[in-house]
Ligand binder design. Structure first.
Ligand code: ATP
Ligand code: PRP
Ligand code: MG
Length: 285
């Protein structure tokens, strides 16, 4: 039987969340990551554990059919590779930073500057759009240390909380791109495997939708149901069931967590009480 070959980072920041996503999608992976390759026992899928940075080439060559990879790596090395799904984890940005003490008046000031980075193509493209040419120093790790050891005037690297920049006395001056983990697809995927990819995507979408949504239940005085329903549109519309106590109903619906916090005060001011919020495991529209 045909299987989809999917690349997952062997170790690092994407590894655990990638496997969790597959697991939540009901796909069990039998052997551990000591193996280069693992097979699912209940879905036509093989996982290849690879270095994040090597994945664009494997996709291009058709050695794997799809991959879970940082979008920033695709921007750097795989602009020709299509993204099928944004996955909502490993969110970060790729930014330019300079020493805290440096004066910064815009990218134009970086003309001729020495910039240390692991993302040369990203920086070069960004700067060339602004008509700036810099002297790039390509290093593979601990980029943030470069200005402190006199190797560079500026750096370009991944920023998330900003604490690595802070520790190295640097300030973020330009956000070049915002990134998250994505499902990327090989241009060489066969139509047969593409069918399996569609099934995988369907499952992933159900998981991601559920991760962003909450099932909420509350008691509402009957006179306020209309007002509360307006606040909570739900999937089609909320469920309203009578309580044993006269004049009250139980209202159930699905909303995003974000929306829940937006409307909580209004729900309460409309007399809603006993509000319960529960996670949802899968959600199919
Ligand atoms: N601090 C961070 N916060 C959030 N996401 C991050 C952070 N650092 C990296 N990422 C994301 O996770 C991906 C993998 O990062 P990680 O540092 O684990 O691997 P790497 O060293 O870049 O790659 P390789 O697997 O080739 O060794 C990055 O490409 C980026 O998309
Ligand atoms: O803004 P922050 O939250 O501090 O995160 C940013 C840091 O995280 C990443 O490094 P990582 O920890 O993955 O180490 P690595 O250089 O060994 O990949 C990235 O290269 C930055 O150095
Ligand atoms: Mg890293």
């Amino acid at each position: 039987m045909k299987r989809i070959r999917i690349a997952v980072q062997k170790s690092g920041r994407l590894h655990d969340d990638s496997l969790k996503l597959l697991k939540d999608a009901g796909i069990s992976i039998d052997n551990g990551r000591e193996q280069l390759k693992a097979t699912s026992g209940n879905f036509p899928l093989e996982v290849f554990y690879l270095r994040n940075g090597d994945i664009p080439q494997y996709l291009r060559d058709g050695v794997v059919d799809a991959a879970i990879i940082g979008e920033n790596v695709l921007v750097e090395k795989g602009e020709d590779i299509k993204t099928a799904e944004r996955l909502g984890f490993s969110k970060c940005r790729v930014s330019l930073a300079v020493p805290k003490s440096a004066r910064y008046n815009g990218v134009e000031g970086l003309e001729g500057a020495r910039i240390a980075t692991s993302y040369p193509n990203t920086v070069r493209n960004y700067l060339s759009k602004k008509g700036v040419t810099a002297d790039l120093h390509i290093i593979n790790g601990s980029v943030e240390i470069a200005p402190n050891i006199g190797l560079a005037d500026a750096i370009c690297d991944i920023v998330s909380s900003g604490s690595t920049l802070f520790k190295n006395n640097l300030k973020e001056v330009e956000v070049m791109l915002k990134s998250e983990a994505v499902l990327a697809v090989s241009p060489k995927i066969s139509s047969e495997v593409d069918e399996i990819l569609k099934k995988l995507q369907f499952r992933i979408q159900a998981v991601l939708r559920a991760r962003n949504s909450k099932y909420i239940l509350m008691n509402v005085p009957n006179s306020k149901i209309e007002a509360v329903v307006k606040l909570l549109p739900g999937m089609r519309s909320p469920t309203v069931l009578p309580l044993a106590e006269e004049g009250w109903s139980s209202l159930h619906t699905v909303i995003s967590e974000e929306r829940f916090w937006e409307v909580i005060d209004e729900l309460k001011s409309n007399g809603a009480e006993g509000i319960l919020v529960a996670p949802i495991e899968k959600m199919v529209l």
